[in-house]
Ligand binder design. Structure first.
Ligand code: SF4
Length: 364
């Protein structure tokens, strides 16, 4: 086993692709042998993207928590008549974007529940209003699930929906709604949500019409390591075809308030070993995705810092108003100041770098 691990790590560092069996072997490693995996991932990170650690000044706007969906891992959604249900008018969304720009944000993230009264035209209206008010803000919006929903409500194709959104000002999309891209898992986790084929179709077409996306994995619930590997294989295959993924963002499952955890179906999130391994294996296996982002919202700043020496090179965004993790029981806050990022990064001996959504360096 020790030799097998050493061979896999040597192969990954020599620019020869490791395969799915190799990734699975690494995900099963325990004990002190983990150090060699983290060190190899850190070395590959250094070779591919250097020593800087990037982050973006951004704000998230979840304009409604009302959703027709019932994903078992989600504590964010509400029904229309729930006391905490909300639906922000377009004017309020624009007001929040203006505030974000005034405080230095270069990006706004706009994503929400699947509101029964919303369709693709609503998504277009929001984009146009935001771009009209703040033309130079980068709009990172609408998951593949929202794109599918918007298109289906209008009775148009996903490609036409994507083109409409791009024309209205959509600059990039989150590759969320991916969770685990294995339908047997999705049937238990989020049976009403788009399936793997639809997610893939929307992402590939987004890339083809010129909308870059992130890619994500949500892990630590009901999935097996084989499912994780199948998910990673799909991401690597898509990236080979389109080159449209800007970064890989592992999202550790926050279990506390979620239906699947309360029903005893899901485990209580990933372990620390699993958290660090997903960054390391992501770095070693996804040789065609340059950036690996740590979610400080999920991991907290202390553990996020350690993930930066296990293959990751980006700390995501300052995220004024983060809501989705908080409602699931996350306790690491709704925003971080740039100084907090600088402290974590320089403490590791690395160089902070403020970036835009597409990883171009910004001054702040
Ligand atoms: S994850 Fe999204 S689609 Fe699923 S229930 Fe929550 S808000 Fe709705």
């Amino acid at each position: 086993m020790a030799n097998a691990i050493a061979d896999i790590l040597k192969q990954a560092q020599s620019d020869n692709r490791i395969d799915e069996n190799d990734a699975l072997t690494l995900l099963n490693v325990r004990g002190a042998k983990l150090h060699s995996i983290f060190a190899a991932a850190d070395a590959v990170r250094q070779t591919r993207v250097g020593d800087s650690v990037s982050y973006v000044i951004n704000r998230n706007i979840n304009f409604t928590n009302i959703c027709i969906g019932s994903c078992g891992f989600c504590a964010f959604h509400a029904r229309k008549d729930d006391p905490d249900a909300y639906f922000l008018p377009v004017d309020e969304i624009v007001k929040r974007v203006v505030e974000a720009r005034q405080t230095g944000a270069t990006e706004v993230g706009i994503f929400s529940g699947l509101h029964p009264d919303v369709d693709g035209n609503t998504y277009v209206e929001i984009l146009e209003a935001v771009k009209n008010a703040v033309p130079d803000i980068h709009i990172h919006a609408y998951s593949p699930a929202e794109v599918a929903y918007g298109a289906e409500k209008l009775g148009i194709s996903y490609v036409d929906m994507l083109k409409m959104l791009k024309k209205a000002g959509l600059d990039s999309m989150p590759g969320t709604a991916a969770e685990i891209l294995v339908d047997d898992v999705r049937k238990k986790l989020c049976p009403q949500k788009i399936d793997t084929k639809t997610w893939t179709e929307i992402i590939v077409n987004a890339h083809r019409v010129g909308i870059p996306t992130t890619c994500t994995i949500m892990y630590g619930h009901i999935e097996s390591y084989e499912d994780v590997v199948n998910h990673l294989r799909l991401l690597r295959t898509i990236q080979d075809e389109t080159g449209g993924f800007t970064e890989f963002v592992p999202l550790s499952f926050i279990h506390y308030n979620t239906p699947i955890y309360r029903a005893g179906i899901a485990r209580p999130g990933a372990t620390g070993r699993e958290d660090l391994l997903i960054y390391a294996v992501g770095r070693l296996y996804l040789d065609n995705i340059p950036n690996i982002q740590v979610s400080w919202v999920k991991l907290g700043t202390k553990f996020a810092q350690i993930a930066l020496i296990c293959g990751a090179n980006d700390l995501g965004g300052t995220l004024i108003d983060e809501n989705i993790t908080r409602t699931a029981g996350g306790t690491f806050g709704q925003s971080l100041a740039p100084n907090d990022f600088v402290r974590i990064i320089t403490d590791l001996g690395r160089t902070p770098r403020v970036r835009d959504t597409l990883y171009r360096t910004q001054s702040y």
